[in-house]
Design a protein around this ligand. Structure first.
Ligand code: ADP
Ligand code: MG
Ligand code: MG
Length: 258
């Protein structure tokens, strides 16, 4: 079993134009283990993406207080690639396009990065695994010979993020608005991919604006984030209540001013 703990996390970003730092996360606590799927919901601009980027180690986000522990070990000073090797994966809201690296090359390198130098994956084993996952996601093989995300449609990028997830098999996947811009068919495919990962060796933190995704990937725990803090935690029903009553209702209930 692997664990991921966020403890009293405070994070600042520096606004390039104003050359000023601003605190975005104001004491986030979160504790999860493999076998569990957690969802984070919350209005726009409350720091959901900031949390996922900070857990992954994007350098624009400065931890000013608190800690992030992976299997009990602090990772806040580790670079992104080291966190990835240790089993973290971030599926992004806006995946980057990378010229000159094909999707297949990227996938194989990312898989090998998580394996010891004397146990790199063979070409045969790689292609077998790739074919299996392409079929699961209804993706064409030609996608894997194209440059990473270049010219991919929004839906193709999201599917491709899930392909990466299935191939790399991280311990924890942080999935940031993987449902945004997806039609219902793509949403079902993406959900099928994530659900196929469910099990004792996999945990996920699913960030979403809408409850819809959580009909397909039913979370064990739902957190609501507002104003840089987790203000409420519950089970899958909490997402349904939110869908009905909106964030405004919760804001009133909790008497918070954000
Ligand atoms: P959410 O994902 O909940 O919509 P974000 O984490 O994207 O929220 O953003 C929270 C706040 O932090 C916003 O005001 C946003 O403008 C700011 N922010 C996030 N990332 C950066 C960044 N890299 N540089 C400057 N401001 C940022
Ligand atoms: Mg946003
Ligand atoms: Mg966001």
């Amino acid at each position: 079993m692997a664990t991921l703990e966020v403890k009293d996390l405070h994070v600042e970003v520096t606004d390039d134009e104003q050359k000023k730092s601003r605190e975005i996360l104001k004491g986030v606590n979160l504790s999860m283990k493999t076998g569990e799927i957690h969802a984070i919901m919350g209005p726009n601009g409350t720091g959901k993406s900031t949390l996922s980027q900070t857990i992954m180690g994007q350098p624009a986000y400065h931890v000013t207080q608190g800690d992030i522990l992976l299997n009990g070990e602090s990772i806040v000073n580790m670079p992104v690639d080291e966190r990835a090797r240790k089993g973290l994966f971030l599926g992004m809201q806006y995946p980057a396009e990378i010229q000159g690296v094909t999707n297949a090359e990227f996938l194989r390198a990312a898989m090998n990065a998580r394996r010891p130098a004397d146990d790199q994956i063979s070409v045969m084993a790689f292609l077998k695994e790739l074919d299996k996952n392409l079929a699961l996601l209804n993706m064409s093989e030609s996608m894997t010979e194209r440059y990473l995300n270049e010219g991919f449609s929004g839906g193709e990028k999201k599917r491709n993020e899930i392909l990466q997830l299935l191939m790399i098999k991280p311990s924890f996947a942080l999935l940031d608005e993987i449902d945004s811009g997806l039609d219902i068919d793509a949403l079902q495919v993406v959900s099928k991919g994530v659900n196929s990962m469910r099990g004792d060796n996999f945990g996920s933190l699913i960030i979403t604006h809408y409850q819809r995704l959580l009909n397909y990937i039913v979370p064990d725990v739902v957190h609501v984030m507002m104003g840089g803090r987790i203000v409420k935690t519950g089970n899958a029903d909490l997402a349904k209540t939110l869908e009905k009553e909106g964030y405004a209702g919760l804001r009133d209930d909790l008497n918070i001013d954000v």
